[in-house]
Design a protein around this ligand. Structure first.
Ligand SMILES: [Fe+2]
Ligand SMILES: [Fe+2]
Length: 241
């Protein structure tokens, strides 16, 4: 079963680990009147993640399924979750719905405009459109205004079967992982465009207190500063290209 840890009030990190890749694949489950799952995870981890979710709440009561962009680790089992939870609906960006989710999902997704929120009971979620951050035209991130948790997807990705929540220097850890990649820095997974810095600045401006990261530890520290430093790291790696 995936490792289950409450990283913020009623926000549970469900962490599956691939030893060959030495890489964690994390889903997040929010326990509330209308439960929300963020990242469906890979097909190979479906049973593991479902079992972990069931240790927190009845998976058939999940109401919302969110993810940043259309890739297997983020949403391959969307339709399995929609089948398991009859009330569940995907929640995504407008571009996400138009490019993939509207066609792929067995039920239409809920699209949130910039100023819209989903209230699930004690949590209040908004979708932040973040085109190409971490990657993909359809990229968006979810922010819980109640706990100030930013579900930041592949940002700050790092390897190892690491602890659920880290308060140390997450940039150093991310940078060390990136430097070790044979493919090049960040495996070229996060592009740098003239919009990247302003998007990261906008995320910092939300005032997050916890970063729920998909690959590696979640972060409880100076999250706005970490987002800005992440942008500086990208600029250092790619600036001028
Ligand atoms: Fe991704
Ligand atoms: Fe991912």
């Amino acid at each position: 079963m995936a490792n289950v840890t409450e990283i913020a009030p009623d926000i549970f990190r469900l962490s599956a680990f691939n030893p060959q890749a030495n890489f964690q694949f994390n889903s997040f489950l929010v326990r509330d009147e209308e439960p929300l799952l963020y990242h469906t995870n890979l097909r190979g981890f479906f049973d593991e993640i479902r079992e972990a979710a069931a240790s927190v709440l009845d998976p058939s009561t999940i109401r919302w399924v969110g993810f940043s962009h259309f890739e297997a680790d983020e949403c391959a089992t969307l339709n399995d979750w929609l089948a398991l939870a009859p009330q569940a609906q995907a929640v995504c960006s407008f571009v996400g719905a138009r490019t993939s989710v509207g066609d792929f999902a067995i039920r239409p997704p809920r699209v949130l405009d910039e100023d819209e929120r989903i209230e699930t009971g004690s949590h209040r979620f908004r979708v932040i459109e973040t085109k190409h951050v971490p990657h993909g035209w359809d990229a968006s991130l979810l922010f819980d205004e109640a706990t100030r948790t930013l579900f930041c997807s592949d940002l700050f990705g790092h390897n190892g079967d690491v602890e659920p929540l880290y308060e140390g220097d997450i940039i150093a850890r991310t940078d060390a992982y990136n430097s070790a990649q044979k493919e090049g820095p960040m495996s070229h997974s996060v592009p740098w465009t003239r919009e990247t810095g302003p998007i990261l600045e906008r995320l910092a401006g939300l005032g997050p207190e916890t970063l729920a990261c998909m690959h590696g530890s979640s972060y409880a520290g100076a999250a706005p500063e970490a987002l800005r430093a992440f942008g500086d790291m990208l600029e250092r790696l790619y600036g001028g290209n």
